[in-house]
Design a protein around this ligand. Structure first.
Ligand SMILES: [Zn+2]
Ligand SMILES: [Zn+2]
Length: 426
């Protein structure tokens, strides 16, 4: 009897421990890792130290790690991609992705672990993602008896400039390593309370396009505009005319955002310049809408210039940057429902909510290989609940974004581990 009792206590401590108990035990060290990463953010294409930290920790946990994986289209850039593989018998191959890069934002949180790298900040929470991936890596290494298959954990560079996923795929991620049956990820969300997770089947994030328009005119003296073709006035007209593509040419049921985020021309108040440059971001969901809006941008730019009397040989030059484009992010409906069920069982049904589509963009969708591989990205709450309710919560990319580390990471590791175990359970 006594033996049985001791045996059962031993069994509970060794095998019966809940995932939450395991995560709680790791939490102090995870929070420490998070603060270290948060204090040392690195910009896109420069994730040297973040990737090295990720790689060394994953190696310590028993993963087979490849560093500097990826190939940018531009020569001379190093891709700091990390690929960590753990083989655990026959079974599905599951890819889990974190991104690693930070943003050119001057942090204003006043936190003791605020960025020590002036003008650079983890304002999108990719430090949360890296730490969550490390916590999940530890859980998977400890719980090998509960799953089978091959786990591929990747650290992706350059998400914020939408080039890192393409760089890793270009270098042969799916040829040099086992091709995944599923790809999953989390993204933190500043306007969802920490402790909660949201999910949505189908389209979740918009396609993004980067477009430049150079309006060309014929410069001259600011006092004699009649002897010039003024590109400043044409550009001003164009900024407003472009919005009519959204409001008058697009169905209200098709989301489109067109933002002129930068406009530059001229040097001095009394000189009419020869050109003005507009930098635009376009967000759409449907590819037919995207194609139509891109064509309308060109037609509108040329039309506005022609109306101002600018000759055809000086028509505006429209440049679309394919390297900075991302397709819309699509969650495989069956996969996301299955994962949401597993997350509900782990963190509680009341903590898992259905989310909305958003107009921000991500390059995670590229890992679906044009929807041939079912992928799912769930949103991890990372906001202060009171601040969200009062409307004061800073959004992602804000200089004041400060997720509460303990709750966010604890929920993140439980969620991501539950997602992977669901797909690889013995
Ligand atoms: Zn971001
Ligand atoms: Zn992000």
């Amino acid at each position: 009897m006594r033996y049985l009792l001791i045996l059962s206590i031993l069994a509970t401590s060794a095998f019966g421990q809940s995932l939450d108990e395991r995560v709680r035990r790791e939490l102090p060290s995870l929070v420490e890792t998070y603060k270290k990463l948060h204090a040392a953010p690195e910009l896109s294409t420069q994730e040297k130290n973040s990737s090295a930290l990720l790689a060394s920790r994953l190696r310590e946990l028993g993963y087979e790690v490849t560093e500097k994986f990826g190939q940018y289209a531009e020569p001379g850039l190093t891709s700091y991609g990390v690929v960590a593989v753990m083989k655990n018998g026959d079974g599905p191959v599951v890819l889990v992705r974190t991104d690693m890069d930070a943003l050119p934002v001057a942090e204003q949180t006043g936190l003791p672990y605020a960025s020590a790298n002036a003008g650079v900040m983890h304002a999108c929470g990719h430090d949360i993602h890296m730490t969550t991936l490390l916590g999940t890596a530890k859980m998977l290494a400890d719980l090998k008896s509960q799953w089978r298959g091959t786990a591929i954990l990747i650290g992706q560079p350059s998400e914020e400039i939408a080039r890192g996923a393409a760089a890793m795929l270009r270098a042969g991620l799916y040829e040099k390593f086992p091709r995944p049956a599923y790809a999953v990820a989390l993204h933190d969300w500043a306007l969802l309370p920490a402790g909660k997770v949201s999910y949505r089947p189908g389209f979740i994030m918009a396609a993004s396009d980067a477009i430049d328009i150079t309006v060309r005119g014929q410069g001259g003296h600011g006092a004699t505009p009649e002897k010039t073709k003024d590109p400043v006035v044409v550009a001003a007209d164009l900024v407003l005319a472009l919005q009519r593509i959204v409001s008058r040419e697009t169905s209200a049921l098709d989301p489109v955002v067109l933002t002129v985020g930068s406009i530059h021309g001229g040097t001095k108040r009394n000189i009419i310049p020869d050109e003005v440059k507009l930098l635009i971001t376009l967000r759409t969901y449907k590819s037919e809408v995207r194609e139509r809006v891109l064509a309308a941008i060109e037609r509108t730019a040329k039309g506005v210039a022609a109306t101002a009397g600018i000759p055809a040989d000086l028509a505006p030059v429209i440049t679309i940057h394919p390297g900075e484009a991302t397709p819309a992010t699509y969650n495989d409906p069956a996969l996301v429902e299955r994962l949401a069920g597993a997350v509900r069982r782990e963190i509680g049904a009341s903590e898992v909510v259905e989310g909305d589509q958003v107009m921000v963009s991500e390059d995670f969708g590229r890992f679906s290989d044009n929807r041939k591989i079912p992928t799912a990205m769930l949103f991890l709450g990372a906001g202060d609940p009171a601040a969200i309710t009062s409307g004061a919560a800073p959004a992602l990319h804000s200089s004041k974004f400060a997720p509460p580390p303990e709750v966010t990471l604890r929920t993140g590791v439980r969620t991501l581990t539950a997602m992977v175990l669901e797909l690889m359970r013995r």
